[in-house]
Ligand binder design. Structure first.
Ligand SMILES: Nc1ncnc2c1ncn2[C@@H]1O[C@H](COP(=O)(O)OP(=O)(O)OP(=O)(O)O)[C@@H](O)[C@H]1O
Ligand SMILES: [Mg+2]
Length: 397
């Protein structure tokens, strides 16, 4: 190695040490991923870099972050484990250097097509945390010459630190969720304590007693609902609960949901209709989870409706999607609330006081639908009503 090359390598290791310190202190996963890709491109002397993380639950790789590329277009892009270089890295747990990606049979060309970036040379390393491969870090297009063993070593070093930092950030996210959950438990618990203090007093009238018991009943129901939502969300976020995918007829499922919510709607004097204009295609999905989504949406349509209003649940096919919509004649949702609707614990101020809830229903719906490769959208008009639509892909097998 020439003196110059040696100096440059030393300089790169010095940079790597600096980056490592920086990574260890970043707990925001998105910022962390961006920093890792930026560092990867830098220390390996390449045009761009990207991170793909492996989702055990789905058995798929997802693009999470990339430099020089159109982020919104890339993020969440699925890359097959079989038939991609990243998949090879993750399956084998080994690094790879490829001088001409276009002629490598493992190359997954759709990413290039989607992003207009041509990958020529590539250096990829596995991201390994606690002996488990959690993804792949790829540097793309060496600026001068070809990728070397030195490049590979330095990227392996960065990958090892990055993997630990990613795991830590994920754990931190989880502990954040726990903190928020515990915080939410405080209100009903405080009500229960007030109620029990009242019960301990000797001078409580029969009338007051009935009220206090009513409060206890309400608050315990609320606590039970909350803990169920917490558990659902925590399980979905951890990705550890496998989905039970089966082929089923969505019409039956929608009828069942209507049956389950009939009384709740009638109690509030609301009409609940089902509208299925044409025969629906069967879909492959986790029936219980999809039922949970539809029930959550109907429950919102009941809670946030006007007196004597209507709820219409409908199902139809739209190209290769099954669309399930829940429409209500409620107050509608303001634009400012729209962007936060699916955030954990978000409740709009407009309804917070009049309706009880935890603000997790829609966050859970979104997680479930996205885990099925689908999406939810919402249309709303103030004073007229709101429609939530769940789009699920129709798969052949
Ligand atoms: N159909 C609707 N019409 C008007 N506002 C709605 C509707 N659905 C949801 N919202 C608003 O979005 C917020 C979030 O809904 P989400 O279902 O996530 O939580 P929640 O209903 O408050 O509580 P829970 O966790 O018990 O479902 C609600 O608090 C409400 O302000
Ligand atoms: Mg809700």
């Amino acid at each position: 190695m020439t003196d110059k090359a040696q100096a440059s390598l030393l300089e790169r290791y010095r940079r790597l040490a600096e980056i490592s310190r920086n990574l260890a202190s970043t707990v925001d996963l998105n910022i962390l991923l961006d920093r890792i890709t930026e560092a990867a491109a830098h220390v390996s002397g390449s045009e761009a870099a990207s991170i793909l993380l492996y989702d055990e639950n789905q058995g798929q790789l997802y693009f999470e972050s990339a430099t020089n590329l159109d982020e919104p277009l890339m993020r969440g892009l699925i890359v097959p484990v079989e038939g991609s270089i990243a998949g090879w890295i993750v399956t084998n747990g080994k690094p790879v250097i490829i001088d001409d990606t276009q002629s490598d049979p493992r190359h997954f060309s759709q990413v290039g097509e989607a992003t207009n970036v041509t990958t020529n040379s590539l250096l990829g390393v596995p991201l390994i945390a606690k002996d488990k491969v959690i993804g792949a870090l790829e540097a793309i297009n060496k600026i001068n010459g070809a990728f070397t063993q030195d490049d590979q070593e330095i990227l392996m070093d960065l990958g090892a630190q990055a993997a630990v930092a990613i795991e830590n950030a994920r754990l931190f996210q989880q502990s954040d969720l726990i903190a928020e959950m515990v915080h939410e438990l405080r209100t009903p618990l405080a009500s229960l304590r007030t109620a029990s203090h009242l019960l301990l007093r000797k001078d409580v009238s029969q009338d007051q007693l009935a009220k206090v018991v009513n409060i206890i009943d309400n608050e315990t129901t609320r606590l039970i609902n909350m803990t169920t939502s917490f558990l659902d969300l925590a399980r979905l976020e951890s990705g550890r609960i496998p989905f039970n995918s089966e082929l089923f007829d969505p019409t039956g499922l929608l009828q069942e949901c209507i049956g389950m919510m009939k009384n709740k709607a009638a109690e509030k004097n609301l009409r609940l209709n089902l509208y299925i204009p044409n025969e629906l295609p069967k879909i492959k999905a986790d029936q219980d989870k999809i039922k949970q989504v539809v029930l959550n949406l109907i429950s919102n349509a009941v809670n946030y409706n006007k007196p004597s209003g209507t709820i219409t649940v409908s199902g139809h096919r739209q190209q290769n999607e099954l669309v399930i919509s829940v429409n209500d004649t409620g107050p509608g949702i303001r634009q400012a609330d729209m962007v936060h609707l699916f955030d954990k614990f978000y409740r709009s101020q407009a309804t917070e006081a009049s309706v009880q809830g935890t603000g997790l229903g829609l966050a859970i719906c979104k997680k479930i639908v996205e885990a099925h490769d689908g999406y939810i959208d919402v249309q709303s008009e103030i004073g007229i009503g709101t429609t939530f639509s769940v789009h699920l892909p129709i798969k052949d097998s």
